[in-house]
Write a protein that binds this ligand. Structure first.
Ligand code: PMV
Length: 363
């Protein structure tokens, strides 16, 4: 498919007013997306586990402005976060609308009220852009479905992921599926740079309901945003090798998902997390998003794994928080270890218990 395939072709119905609500989860990448080309095309393919508990719930109320004095050439919307009107969130949404209007020309014909809330604390340092942008994209697609009832389910979800990607790259991996691939990869049929696809190959039962305990090491605002970080991959001295490595790691993960070899899984996942941060540390200008307690936790995980042989590992996204990943069958012993040895490194001992989820849901 090409981007142009997402421009509506048929004549749209007339709908005056309505309301739709979606919930959409966050996701945690195993092979990381870091670096992009124009129009949010990823520099390398990535793959993630969809989360179950960290979600955004967004409702979109729409009223046609066709015959009203509100009709204008600008986007017309109010944004509320957890019940409060938020002017400071509006520019991000405005930019999102500007990027997608070519594919959703009806956006200028409505006044929207957007209400959004997260199931996790906003100031937890957990990025809400993946869940937030995918929830909003899904709401927009529900409006499009009313305007164009003949669109297929497949088109609906592909376009929702396509739109979410234009809001925040990793958001395209939050729409549908437990494990999602985004970015063309020679070994994964149907993979695309334009949208995320549910991982189509065999997955060993050890990954069923895989656990992710998110340790909230630092709940503050990040010093360097992901978009600045992605940009620093242009002219990065190690960029080309990194992009090749991501292809190789994804090919290796394909075998691991089939075999269920957790030692190999751990090696790829931890190496990906550290490589992501190594890219940040070797950018120009360089920066560090890990905190001392991030490293304390990593060392404790390594020591515990060495001592017990239990298959626990970590991954990181663009921040200091640590995602601790492990199979459901080892939950009791590993969670005990987390409680005894790791929570002390978290801000106010805070953490989020999560596990693999199915993706978004219409409410
Ligand atoms: O979606 P963005 O632009 O916020 O980038 C997210 C990048 C990482 O979380 C670091 C990696 C990933 O693949 O999710």
């Amino acid at each position: 498919m090409q981007a142009q395939d997402f421009i509506p072709q048929s004549k749209l119905e007339t709908i005056d007013t309505g309301k739709v609500t979606w919930q959409s989860p966050s996701n945690i990448a195993l092979v990381k997306y870091w670096g992009k080309k124009e129009n949010q095309i990823p520099a390398n393919p990535s793959i993630s586990f969809t989360l179950n508990n960290c979600k955004t719930i967004t409702s979109l109320e729409f009223t046609s402005t066709k015959d009203s004095e509100k009709k204008s050439d600008l986007f017309n919307f109010e944004f509320y976060f957890e019940g409060q009107k938020k002017e400071d969130f509006k520019p991000k949404i405005y930019t999102f609308f500007e990027r997608i209007v070519e594919f959703c020309p009806y956006l200028k014909e409505y006044h929207f009220t957007i209400n959004s809330e997260n199931t996790f604390p906003h100031s937890s340092g957990i990025a809400s852009s993946a869940s937030g942008m995918s929830a909003l994209a899904l709401c927009i697609m529900s409006l499009e479905k009313q305007l164009s009832p003949s669109i297929s389910e497949d088109y609906f979800y592909k376009k929702a992921s396509f739109l979410a990607r234009l809001g925040s790259g990793s958001a395209c991996r939050s729409v549908q599926g437990k494990i999602v691939v985004w970015g063309e990869h020679e070994g994964i049929e149907g993979s695309s740079n334009l949208f995320g696809v549910a991982y189509p190959n065999e997955v060993h039962e050890v990954f069923e309901n895989y656990q992710d305990t998110i340790l909230l090491v630092d709940k503050g605002e990040k010093k360097v945003s992901s978009s600045v970080g992605h940009n620093l991959m242009h002219d990065h001295p190690f960029a080309e090798e990194r992009f090749k490595q991501a292809h190789k790691n994804l090919a290796a993960l394909k075998e691991i998902f089939k075999s269920g070899n957790l030692n190999e899984f751990i090696e790829i996942v931890e190496s990906e997390a550290l490589t992501l941060h190594a890219m940040m540390m070797s950018s120009n200008p360089y920066f560090i998003l890990m905190k001392p307690n991030t490293l304390e936790i990593i060392n404790k995980i390594w020591a515990f794994r060495e001592a017990t042989g239990l298959p626990v590992c970590f991954t990181l996204d663009a921040g200091a928080n640590v995602h601790v990943l492990y199979p459901e069958k080892n939950k009791t012993e590993i969670f005990q270890f987390i409680e005894d040895k790791l929570l002390g490194y978290c801000e106010k001992n805070q953490f989020i218990s999560d596990s693999i989820g199915l993706g978004s849901k219409k409410l």
